[in-house]
Write a protein that binds this ligand. Structure first.
Ligand code: F6R
Length: 614
């Protein structure tokens, strides 16, 4: 996830402060690097007669670097940048390491065109090879640069027509993305949407375009939403839309946004947690695209090779540890590879003296900064073992400490409870298990749609269950086998943001002690994967015969339904996809219960998003 912003004004002016403010408002979308470009008029008399008719034949001022908005803008003095057109970009690195070359915006080969993108161009590597064969100047490895060159090569062939060039580039660029682009000798700003968010604004003497509303609202509340397959052409007083397919003009619909800016920052959701839960289908799809096209997956799998008698360790804390547990199931059951999940401090205590150069451990951390995890990395290094990373924040300490790492590609997770990053950790482990087993990863393609449908069909029931749980301060989540990690994760999320006590355990263990907690109405939630219903019915009845309330989360199963009080139905799916789907209603239950208790789920008391202490 990255953020883009573009503006065009009737009068040339100092655009720097506007670009800085827009970038700050988009900084939740990425902080690996930031850049601004402005296009200013050339001195009178310069440019060809044709250029002078359409524009001033301008010059491009491009400034960009690695770092966050305030640091880079102070260092490069964005504030003084002038022009009639401006572009800002915040980068969350996926293709290409965070570096000056990969920072956006990018120039084309001869510096006439400047543009920036958001999203993933999945045939980035092939396109770059094509550009190099054709003699274009490729400066970095980032797919935003690929968008600019894709337009450049058609611009030269299409009679210097930007609209035609963008339409032709669209046919070449695979993946989900949006980009904003302009030619210094054109008087317009162009943007296209395919999968990634894009919205335009119409102000007095200016128009602007952005990945997200918060950067537009300080300038104007008159907005035009751009849809997939549309090209927006911005002039200082108008936003025109064209179909990328046939070039036909599309009627744009202007609306007035009268909500608060804070709500816009949350994408219209009342909390970041709910917004991030609703991003899960998109980020899972983006991750699958990325894994299918990244050369790092092969390197990661190669680095996992160990003598056959050695297990591989998956190491993490909290929610990331639960993803490790699920990953270990996947690897053992799908790939026949012995994987052992351990809490980071447990890894040090249990294996810190026995691992050696033949061993490999995968360290999993959303932030890449969790001290417990970094301590375990140090212990592994001390024994000359191999260190692999799975992380969301590129440029984090774990990224630097890893021999090879894979990104979770979730964009910034703002809410303290981890939601979308857990889903992508699970997706990543499942994907790797498929690769190790030699199974077709295309079998995972339905996952984004299944996740979207799960949210749709379980939200209302999750709300009702949360209303029941509201009055209880103690409960259990039970899972069996592959759903045990989801029971642990459901319980963690519930404790974290509702302040009720909740324990997750293996369902068959319940009768070995915890069953004594059950009394009239006592809530127990049963997370069930396809194939485990018959076993789970036994465990349900141990609870219901003692007056407990059984709440099932599972795909439709009449026998299970006949035995429980409440049933949250997820869509039918493969046994290994189901645990990922089952996570979503558990997240929704804790979210709704938290809100019903008057708690802010984004900021639960006593907790921090990044734990850099022992
Ligand atoms: C729970 C949660 C925490 C983190 C844990 C590890 O919702 O967010 O349990 O999972 O603190 O954090 P990372 O993954 O950043 O190492």
């Amino acid at each position: 996830m990255c953020g883009i912003f573009g503006i065009i004004t009737r009068e040339e002016q100092t655009l720097g402060p506007i670009l800085i403010e827009a970038a700050r408002r988009l900084s939740y979308r990425g902080y690996d690097s930031v850049g601004c470009a402005t296009v200013a008029a050339a001195p009178p008399g310069s440019g060809t007669p044709q250029q002078q008719r359409y524009s001033a034949g301008g010059s491009i001022d491009l400034r960009k670097d690695v770092g966050c908005v305030d640091d880079v803008s102070a260092r490069l003095n964005f504030a003084e940048m002038r022009g009639g057109r401006g572009i800002a970009q915040l980068r969350w690195a996926t293709f290409g390491a965070p570096s000056h070359e990969n920072a956006q915006p990018h120039l084309d080969s001869d510096g006439d065109i400047v543009g920036a993108h958001n999203g993933n161009v999945v045939n980035n590597v092939q396109m770059r090879e094509l550009f190099l064969r054709e003699g274009l100047t490729v400066r970095g490895t980032n797919d935003g640069e690929t968008c600019v060159h894709a337009v450049e090569r058609h611009f030269d062939r299409n009679g210097n027509d930007m609209l035609a060039a963008i339409r032709a580039a669209y046919d070449d660029l695979e993946g989900d993305y949006a980009f904003v682009i302009t030619h210094r000798d054109d008087h317009r700003l162009f943007a296209i949407k395919k999968g990634s968010g894009l919205v335009a604004g119409l102000g007095g003497g200016l128009t602007c375009i952005s990945s997200d509303l918060p950067s537009i609202l300080p300038l104007t509340r008159r907005i035009v939403r751009i849809h997939d397959g549309e090209i927006a052409v911005l002039a200082p007083d108008s936003v025109e839309l064209y179909s990328v397919h046939d070039g036909a003009r599309i009627q744009s619909e202007e609306e007035y946004y009268d909500g608060p800016i804070e709500v816009a920052e949350k994408g219209g959701y009342p909390h970041f947690m709910l917004k991030e839960i609703h991003e899960e289908p998109t980020v899972a799809g983006e991750l699958l695209h990325l894994l299918n096209s990244s050369k790092y997956v092969g390197r990661f799998l190669d680095a996992l090779t160990t003598p056959s008698d050695r297990p591989v360790y998956f190491v993490g804390c909290g929610t990331s540890y639960h993803a490790c547990l699920l990953g270990a199931y996947y690897w053992n059951q799908i790939a026949g590879r012995t994987a052992i999940a351990l809490l980071a401090p447990q890894f040090i205590e249990q294996c810190g003296q026995s691992v050696g150069p033949d061993d490999v451990a995968v360290f999993v951390s959303q932030s890449g900064e969790t001290k417990d995890v970094l301590n375990a990395v140090k212990a592994m290094r001390g024994r000359a073992g191999r260190v692999l990373g799975v992380l969301n924040v590129l440029g984090s300490t774990l990224a630097h400490a890893s021999d090879v790492y894979l990104p979770l590609a979730c964009g910034y997770e703002i809410s303290v409870p981890a939601t979308k990053t857990f889903v992508n950790q699970a997706v990543l482990f499942l994907y790797l298990a498929y690769r190790l087993a030699g199974r077709e990863t295309a079998e995972l393609d339905p996952l984004p749609d299944l996740l979207a449908r799960t949210l749709e069909v379980t939200d209302a029931a999750a709300h009702d269950v949360a209303a029941y749980l509201h009055d209880w301060d103690d409960m259990y989540y039970l899972g069996y086998g592959v759903t045990h990690p989801i029971a642990l994760e459901g319980a963690l999320k519930l404790k974290e943001i509702t302040y009720a006590h909740c324990e997750g355990i293996f369902s068959s263990e319940f009768k070995h002690g915890p069953l004594s907690a059950v009394r009239q109405g006592y809530p127990v939630l049963f997370i069930t994967a396809p194939g485990d219903e018959a076993m789970m019915i036994n465990h349900v009845n141990e609870v219901t015969t003692r007056g407990g309330r059984a709440i099932a989360i599972a795909a439709e199963d009449p026998a299970l339904r006949a035995n429980v009080h409440d049933y949250l139905v997820i869509p039918e799916a493969d046994r290994f996809l189901s645990p990922i789907l089952l996570t979503l209603p558990a997240q929704l239950i804790s979210y709704h219960m938290s809100v019903a208790r008057g708690i802010d789920p984004d900021r639960p008391r006593n907790l921090s998003k990044t734990l850099t202490v022992d």
